[in-house]
Ligand binder design. Structure first.
Ligand SMILES: Cc1cc2nc3c(=O)[nH]c(=O)nc-3n(C[C@H](O)[C@H](O)[C@H](O)COP(=O)(O)OP(=O)(O)OC[C@H]3O[C@@H](n4cnc5c(N)ncnc54)[C@H](O)[C@@H]3O)c2cc1C
Length: 648
């Protein structure tokens, strides 16, 4: 709990999967919610502003509440998907008294400064119609001159404070909301347009505050500075103006004080190694959370997904079930004659259909070399960098595989696909913008696959130096130029007292660090499955093996399960794949050795399940033949005795 970005005392309501919809629907207050991700550096950096805003408008909570929802928390994945959150942070407004589920309205302010957000909150409150405006809300519209004049020399039950200001000013409305939970006071907003009224009350400058006392006296209040805080605190200090008791028992501030007791046990690791648990956890997040937030994929998004999965299927140095899953997904995407794909169909394939056939990717997050000293640090972006570096290294080692698989011979091929992935799908929008800027400057100049490895390394170091010292930096893992001398002494040199990188040595180091041989399978979901991994390390050798018969089954099952129209096309895709297979148009890369789980006869691959079925069928047919044999033997004996019995 201590390492969460937001806590109850921050006055921000921490929404969770179970509470979000319930609190946001039919609420008597409007809401502004930040959907954030604890791995997103910008969200971490912005947290102090969001907390400060929540503290600043704490008296407005009967009209508007400030919430947060952590989309990096596994429990909230589905909820963030329901709200259609693609990028972090995303700010959404929710109107009060909404009877239906809504995904809210996007924040459209020019910046995210505290004051701008506060003013847009007021605009949003004023956008409520008479039907969805709770009766307890104060009036934010300017009062008419006549209603203000009617207060003169007339005793009332309570104070009335009028903040005179320009039409464009927000001070009056802010003071009204600051005082909305106080009794014995009504605050109104007056505009400086009625010069006669202004002269009558002796107001020469705006904003100014004019107070009508219960005893009928009234007068202009002298303020040292005409600021919201000065007006509000003066009015709150008037004798008899007190906070309503019911307001003191405010709405629940946060549900999360006692929840989230996830016990993150520190995992010891070797910083010289790469961990499969990081790669698989990152891949799980990428496929099941980041991409899954896009309901339908089409156009350049779909093309990017296809290319990215194709690169992964050729270069991911994973365990066999994972590699098979990627290969099958790639084949499925390629053979699909659709220009739009509902992402749920992909999820169904990955989560259900493939699993039946033994293709499997963990659905648990286990950060090892990407774990942070607190849960708000590191994690997914660290695993994504690791994956990207691995792909550039694998591309250089296994270039011919890419070319044989129909990729163009460009040395930038992997970098360009990574660039498009980041542009379309990476949840941290600011990160994507920075990366695009770097790519625009120099990615096109990359001329060899080795320089692609070095390009990514250089750019990653640029990001490291930009982020050094930022609040998102994990103190236990400071952002430094990498690899440091401790990791790679050969990579460093001094020329005339100045540090220089020895790029040839850096390249050798990167190839070794991000090579499949440097992968540790410790902490993977089932370490025993690592024998599959040892086999798949042979992928660096890049040999062809047989493909999966189950792909066609998957397509057929999917065809039955998806929408009409898409179903038909999926069936066609199935037969297309069949034609492709018969014509020998296949080029799937797999383990060097034939795995224990896959046996090949006449170019057709059989899994353990296939083999077991064969054995069962074989045994059943033997059994059946035996029964037939004995049956006919007994019949023939009876027949013989009947016909050979002598006549009497
Ligand atoms: C494409 C991309 C762009 C990003 N842009 C931003 C941004 O603009 N602003 C922001 O706040 N956050 C950004 N992030 C996130 C940020 O870079 C870090 O990933 C995050 O802060 C977690 O940092 P970390 O300490 O885990 O190390 P990371 O920087 O994530 O590095 C992960 C691991 O890679 C290795 N490594 C470090 N440097 C290099 C290198 N130069 N070459 C090869 N390997 C290396 C180390 O083993 C390190 O532990 C971006 C992430 C990605 C994937």
């Amino acid at each position: 709990q201590a390492d969460k970005l937001y806590r109850g005392r921050d006055r921000v309501v921490v929404l969770e999967a179970g509470s979000a919809q319930r609190l946001l629907r039919n609420s008597t207050s409007a809401w502004v919610v930040e959907f954030y991700s604890s791995w997103c550096g910008h969200c971490v950096n912005y947290a102090p502003t969001w907390k400060a805003l929540a503290g600043d408008v704490r008296d407005w909570e009967l009209a508007m509440r400030i919430g947060v929802l952590d989309c990096a928390d596994e429990n909230n994945f589905a909820t963030c998907k329901e709200f259609g959150i693609h990028f972090y942070p995303t700010f959404r407004y929710f109107k009060a008294l909404a009877t239906q589920f809504t995904v809210g309205e996007n924040y459209k302010g020019p910046d995210r400064e505290l004051q701008t957000v506060r003013q847009i909150m007021i605009d949003f409150l004023q956008n409520h119609t008479s039907e969805n405006k709770p009766p307890a809300w104060p009036e934010l519209e300017a009062a008419s001159s006549s209603s203000i004049l009617s207060l003169l020399d007339k005793p009332q039950k309570h104070y009335t404070a009028v903040v005179f200001e320009k039409e464009s000013s927000y001070v009056g409305r802010e003071v009204i909301l600051d005082l909305m939970q106080y009794e014995n006071i009504v605050v109104k907003r007056g505009l400086d347009v009625d010069q006669k009224l202004m002269e009558k009350l002796g107001i020469n400058s705006v904003p100014s505050c004019y107070v009508f006392h219960p005893n009928g006296s009234h007068g202009l209040v002298y303020m040292q500075k005409p600021l919201r805080s000065f007006f509000s605190s003066y009015i709150k200090s008037l004798s008899g103006v007190t906070k309503r008791l019911s307001s003191l028992r405010t709405l629940p501030v946060s549900q999360n004080e006692d929840t989230h007791t996830s016990l993150n046990v520190w995992k010891e690791f070797d910083k010289r190694k790469m961990y499969m648990a990081d790669l698989e956890s990152g891949l799980h997040y990428l496929l099941r959370v980041e991409l899954a937030s896009h309901k339908i994929l089409e156009g350049s998004e779909l093309k990017t997904l296809k290319d990215f999965v194709a690169i992964l299927s050729k270069l991911f140095p994973g365990r066999q079930p994972v590699v098979k899953l990627l290969e099958t997904l790639q084949e499925w995407l390629v053979s699909l004659p659709l220009d739009k794909i509902p992402y749920d169909a992909i999820l169904d394939l990955v989560n259900n259909k493939m699993r039946i056939s033994g293709m499997f990717l963990t659905n648990r997050i286990q950060w090892v070399s990407c774990q942070g000293s607190k849960s708000l640090y590191r994690g997914y972006p660290c695993s994504l960098w690791t994956l990207f570096h691995t792909l550039t290294v694998q591309a250089a080692k296994r270039h011919e595989i890419l070319v044989n698989s129909g990729f163009d011979d460009s040395p930038q091929i992997v970098l360009q696909v990574i660039r498009r992935y980041i542009h379309h799908f990476f949840g941290c929008m600011e990160c994507a913008q920075h990366f695009e800027q770097m790519a625009k400057e120099s990615m096109d100049k990359v001329e060899t696959l080795d320089s692609a490895i070095l390009w990514l390394w250089t750019k990653h170091n640029e990001v490291n130096s930009r982020l050094a010292g930022a609040p998102s930096e994990d103190p236990k893992f400071p952002k430094v130029s990498w690899p440091n001398p401790d990791l790679c002494p050969d990579c460093h040199e001094e020329v005339k007292g100045l540090h220089v990188w020895k790029e040839a040595d850096v390249l050798t180091f990167l190839k070794s660090h991000y090579g499949a041989d440097n992968l540790s399978y410790r902490y993977t979901e089932d370490e025993t499955k690592a024998n599959g991994a040892a086999e798949s390390r042979g992928r660096e050798g890049g040999q062809k093996v047989t493909t999966h018969q189950r792909k066609e089954d998957n397509l057929q099952i999917l065809a039955q399960n998806t929408r009409p129209g898409i179903g038909e096309k999926l069936e066609k895709a199935s037969s297309l794949a069949d034609v492709k297979r018969k014509s020998g148009d296949r080029d799937i890369i797999g383990p060097k050795k034939e795995s224990k789980q896959s046996v090949s006869f006449f170019g057709i691959g059989f899994s353990n399940v296939d083999m077991s079925l064969c054995v069962v069928l074989y045994a059943a047919s033997c059994f059946f033949l035996m029964i037939m044999y004995f049956y006919f033997r007994i019949r023939s004996k009876r027949w013989k005795t009947r016909y050979t019995r002598p006549y009497v």
